[in-house]
Structures are given as structure tokens and as C-alpha cells.
Design a protein around this ligand. Structure first.
Ligand SMILES: NC(=O)C1=CN([C@@H]2O[C@H](COP(=O)(O)OP(=O)(O)OC[C@H]3O[C@@H](n4cnc5c(N)ncnc54)[C@H](O)[C@@H]3O)[C@@H](O)[C@H]2O)C=CC1
Ligand SMILES: O=C(O)C(=O)COP(=O)(O)O
Length: 410
């Protein structure tokens, strides 16, 4: 059990990795967090293990793997910020078991991905990547063969979430017909049409674009069998996660000329830094657009993400609010001016709230507000109390069975 009291910001250490937009550092510093370490790259597993124990907050993007082993060494960690959408790089359950909320930016880069995919789709339908590559070699491929307008073509979107829906609207704007497959019932935008079976979507679309998260179900979702279902001369785009598409199966389909082209932004194994070689069987194909996982890498998106996630971390640190945490009970909290606030994180079992209130009552502590939320195995009780014997009460609350951690905000 951890025994932090109200945090002295001077002693709180923040580690920002993977070149998150520098405005994140500014936000921490402006709020009085002076101990911010900034790295342009990700850290290896060994580096994370030897470093993470010093830090109270960590900010990462999609490369840093915060698995259970790394989190085991995160003795002081209070919260994790994923400065991106995907949180599959973090063992969310291990973080939850340690009472560490994980925050992300669920919307900020969605437009950037949708715009990239729209552009790639138009380019691929015209056969531009191959013609461009040929021109760079001095070849002149002036032909209309396999060069098509997007207007009237069918775009099949797999995963009709924040990105999928925006792409849907943009694609309809240039006259495409949009169909989609999602495991949830979704509000349909424009004239898009839901399709009940993945295979039906695959076999009727001119372009397939993937916008699903990485989950056990989406891993390997598009393999040889699914690609075989796709129309002859159709196009596959993946800007979701590298594990969703079997790259060897895709390479074979391109070799066999079953597909007219592809655009791939995410890969099963991605270089850890810009100095490492990118290795992929897709490098040989002129008709494949290969991008280095930059779907969300625009100035606009990165700045918005940095503001959003840094604000969430600072708010959790200063005020205890867990709104929009992805693995944690969500509690939206008012400011606690002139009051002390006790945050109690515990295993979700009966009787904890009663024991908390019993302790407060026995210590003559007056409760001015209380908030309780549970999620799965975790319970989060926030109690605003009048100043006084809060420290004694906190010490006693830490003895309640099932307590994971507790801290006080002055
Ligand atoms: N290339 C890049 O730089 C970026 C990649 N991404 C990736 O894109 C993914 C999607 O992002 P958003 O649209 O914002 O997420 P979202 O959560 O809004 O949408 C995902 C959709 O996929 C659906 N889904 C989940 N499992 C499915 C399955 N097995 N079959 C069909 N549909 C399924 C969900 O119901 C949901 O509607 C992220 O999880 C992330 O991995 C996100 C941002 C940037
Ligand atoms: O937001 C996401 O999920 C992404 O894939 C973007 O990742 P990145 O921040 O570019 O490492």
C-alpha cells in the first residue's frame, strides 16, 4: 500500500516520452510541477524498468509498452497519460490493480487519420503510388488503365467509431457510397449503410479501411481468408493497429495481383526510433503507400492531444477527478477550496464505504461531500472533509482491508 500525503509539486516527477508536444511540459510547469523530464524517443523495456520507479506521472504515445512487468516497478506512479487514442500498449488491468488511472485523448487526432485515409484512397484509386514510384525511376506511365474516380465507388469501413464515422462523412462528400461493419449498433451518419456480416462488406467494397481498436477479437482479423473475400482489384487500408492485418497474407495478395494496392500506416513490429530500419515484406510494392505510423501525427492533433492529456493528469493530481479514465471508476469532482479531500482507492468489496464513514465519525470529522464510484474490481471513494484531524482519519483508512492506496489533497 502506498502512503502518499498531499503532494508537494516540487517533489513530483513527471516523465514525458516519445516527443509528445512540448506544450504538455509547459502545462505541468505552469501548474507548479517543475520536475519534468522530456525524451524525444521511447524507452526500451529495460530502460523503463530501471527508470519508472522514480516517477509519479508518465506520458507516452503508442510505442512505449507499459506491461505488467514494467508496472511492477512503478512504485510511485500515480497516473499514466497516453498522448494518443490507443491504450493497448498499457496493461490496463495491471494498472487498475495498482490503483493507477490511465488517461488518453479519445478524439484529438481522429480528423487527422480520416483526412490521411481519404487522401490515400483517392491516390490508390488512381494508381498514383505506382506511377509516382515509376516516375522517380525515369519511367513514364501515362495510362488510364486501373485509374478510377472515387465518385460512385464503395468504401467499406470496419469499425464505425470516431475515425470511421468522420471518414464516412468525408467519403460521401466526394460521392462515394459508404457501407460499414461494426460489432455495436451505431448511429448512422449520412447515407452510410450498416452491413451485418464482415464477409459481405469485404466482398462488395472497392476500398476497405480498418478503424478498429486492438482487441483479442481484432488481432489477425484480416488474414488470407478475409483478403480472398475482397473484390479483385480492390484496395486495403489499415491505419488502426498493426496486429489487425496479416502482413504476409497481404503481401501474397499483392504479389498475386488480387489487390490493386494498399496503404498501411501501422505494422506488427514498428521501429523503436527514427534511426532504426523499417523492415517489411511490403517495401517491394510500388502500389503500396507505407507510412511510419503517422495517422495522428499532425501539428494540430499533437498540440490538442498534449493539452487534453496533460490537463487530465494535472486535474487528477490536484483534484482527484478521474473523468474519462479508461480503466478506472469515473468521478467528476468540484474544486475543494478550504476543505481537505481524501481519495481512497480500494478493491471493490462490500463494507468499505461504511468503514470509511465510521472512521470519520469516530474522529469527529465532518463530511462536506462524498463521491463513490466502482468499476469492476475497483472502488473509488472521494470524501471532502472540514480541516482538522484529516491526517489521523487517513492513516486509519489505510488500514481498511482491501485498500490499494489513499492520499489526501490539502
Ligand atoms: N494510425 C494512427 O496514428 C492512429 C491509429 N488509431 C487507431 O484507430 C483505432 C480506432 O480509433 P477510433 O475510431 O477513435 O476508435 P473508436 O473506439 O471511436 O471506434 C472503434 C470502433 O470499432 C468498433 N469495433 C471494435 N471491435 C470491433 C470488431 N471486432 N469488429 C468491428 N468493429 C469493431 C467499435 O465498436 C467502435 O465503433 C484506435 O483504437 C487506434 O488503435 C487512432 C489514432 C491514430
Ligand atoms: O492515437 C493512436 O492510437 C495512435 O496510434 C497514434 O499513435 P502515436 O501517438 O502517433 O504514437
Amino acid at each position: 500500500m502506498q502512503t502518499n500525503n498531499s503532494f508537494d509539486k516540487d517533489n513530483l516527477k513527471v516523465l514525458l516520452l516519445e516527443g509528445v508536444h512540448p506544450i504538455a511540459e509547459t502545462i505541468f510547469q505552469k501548474d507548479g510541477y517543475r520536475n519534468v523530464t522530456y525524451h524525444k524517443t521511447a524507452l526500451s523495456q529495460d530502460e523503463l524498468i530501471s527508470t519508472i520507479g522514480d516517477y509519479h506521472f508518465i506520458g507516452i504515445r503508442s510505442r512505449s509498452q507499459l506491461n505488467a512487468n514494467v508496472l511492477e516497478h512503478a512504485k510511485k506512479l500515480v497516473a499514466i497519460g497516453c498522448f494518443c487514442i490507443g491504450t493497448n500498449q498499457v496493461d490496463l488491468e495491471a494498472a487498475q490493480n495498482k490503483g493507477i488511472p490511465v488517461f488518453n485523448a479519445p478524439y484529438s487526432n481522429t480528423r487527422s487519420v480520416a483526412e490521411l485515409v481519404l487522401g490515400e484512397m483517392i491516390m490508390l484509386l488512381r494508381g498514383i503510388p505506382a506511377k509516382n514510384a515509376a516516375a522517380h525511376r525515369g519511367e513514364w506511365l501515362k495510362t488510364a488503365t486501373q485509374s478510377n474516380e472515387a465518385r460512385g465507388k464503395t468504401l467499406g469501413i470496419i469499425g464505425y467509431g470516431h475515425i470511421g464515422t468522420q471518414l464516412s462523412v468525408l467519403a460521401e462528400g466526394i460521392g462515394m457510397k459508404v457501407r460499414f461493419f461494426d460489432i455495436e449498433n451505431k448511429l448512422v451518419l449520412g447515407n452510410a449503410e450498416p452491413v451485418a456480416e464482415l464477409n459481405e462488406l469485404l466482398s462488395t467494397s472497392d476500398v476497405i479501411s480498418l478503424h478498429v481498436p486492438e482487441t483479442p477479437e481484432t488481432k489477425g482479423m484480416i488474414g488470407a481468408e478475409q483478403i480472398a473475400q475482397m473484390k479483385q482489384d480492390s484496395i486495403l487500408i489499415n491505419a488502426s493497429r498493426g496486429t489487425v492485418v496479416d502482413i504476409d497474407a497481404l503481401a501474397k495478395a499483392l504479389e498475386d495481383k488480387h489487390l490493386a494496392g494498399a496503404a498501411i500506416d501501422v505494422f506488427p513490429t514498428e521501429p523503436k526510433s527514427n534511426t532504426e530500419e523499417f523492415v517489411s515484406p511490403l517495401r517491394q510494392f510500388d502500389n503500396v503507400i507505407l507510412t511510419p505510423h503517422i495517422g495522428g501525427s499532425t501539428q494540430e492533433a499533437q498540440e490538442n492531444i498534449a493539452i487534453e492529456v496533460a490537463d487530465k493528469l494535472v486535474k487528477y493530481s490536484n483534484n482527484g477527478s478521474t473523468m474519462s479514465a479508461v480503466n478506472f471508476p469515473q468521478v467528476s469532482l468540484p474544486e475543494h477550496d478550504n476543505r481537505h479531500r481524501i481519495l481512497h482507492i480500494h478493491q471493490n468489496r462490500p463494507g468499505v464505504l461504511t468503514q470509511i464513514n465510521q472512521i470519520l465519525s469516530e474522529n469527529n470529522v465532518n463530511i462536506s461531500g462524498q463521491y463513490l464510484q466502482t468499476q469492476g474490481e475497483l472502488g473509488y471513494v472521494v470524501t471532502d472533509i472540514e480541516e482538522g484531524s484529516s491526517q489521523t482519519a487517513l492513516d486509519k483508512m489505510r488500514q481498511i482491508e482491501g485498500t490499494i492506496r489513499a492520499r489526501i489533497l490539502y
